[in-house]
Design a binder for this molecule. Sequence first.
Ligand code: GRG
Length: 287
Amino acid sequence: MHQLRVEEALERILPAVTLAPARLHEAMRYAVLGGGKRVRPLLAFAAGEVARADPQRISSAAAAVELIHAYSLVHDDLPCMDDDILRRGKPTCHIAYDEATAMLVGDSLQALAFQVLSDHAIAPDPGRQLEMVHALALAAGSRGMAGGQAIDLQSTGRELTLPELEFMHVHKTGALIRASVLIGAACGTALEGEAVSRLDRFAKFSGLAFQVVDDLLDVQVDTVTLGKTAGKDAAQNKPTYVSLLGVSRARELAEELRAAALQALEPLGSEARRLRELIDFIVMRTH
Ligand code: GRG
């Protein structure tokens, strides 16, 4: 149900291929539509439910976080970064189009995310909407995802300590996951008491759990199932939770993070049901 809402919102928001420049718009749609687990928008929907938000409002906010995520994947796959040819089970954007187009796809998706978040009546008041735009900008920039990516590029071939690895992933993967939860919740009525900090704790643990499982899947699952090149971390000599801790301790850590995420939600009751389901999915997923 929410998955369908996300797909519809993305379909509606992305420029049509009939609009000029047609090739850029086609490549943007190629990069975003028809693939991806949509974890971040689903987290936004689930957090929005806790705040009893109108699903129409959340669908635009959810699309905005997915557009940032899709942009990051397109740029991450470029030869100057992770240099990959397969993403979401199909050729990466620069392989299907070309490098310059892939750069512009990423740039345009990032701009479109902020256009959507600032343009639609997705928050109850303009002040709250401004906070959402601010939160997404922080999560995407050098103090968030892009900064985490910079640390990742510097870390290849180096040994990191566990706190250093965690610092990298809190930024690279965790910041956008955290923003997805907080932005989704901000679409609804203002939450009382410690509910927002509870959601934030849930999001932080979920972001780390997501990354630990990503590292496990890279060594345990084949390329076809993953829809992206398996075994890349070891091939590129990247520090990961698996390289630092080994498979079984990394799996235990994922379970500990799931337990901590669930504990953070404890006082929130049945409205947080979908968030509980999502942390289960994040930890149990096979791709
Ligand atoms: C280029 C600024 C910039 C950032 C790139 C997100 C990212 C930072 C790099 C992607 C590479 C990677 C393996 C990151 C770690 C985990 C991650 C974000 C995996 C991909 O997310 P999924 O599994 O992908 O949610 P789908 O395709 O399901 O949306």
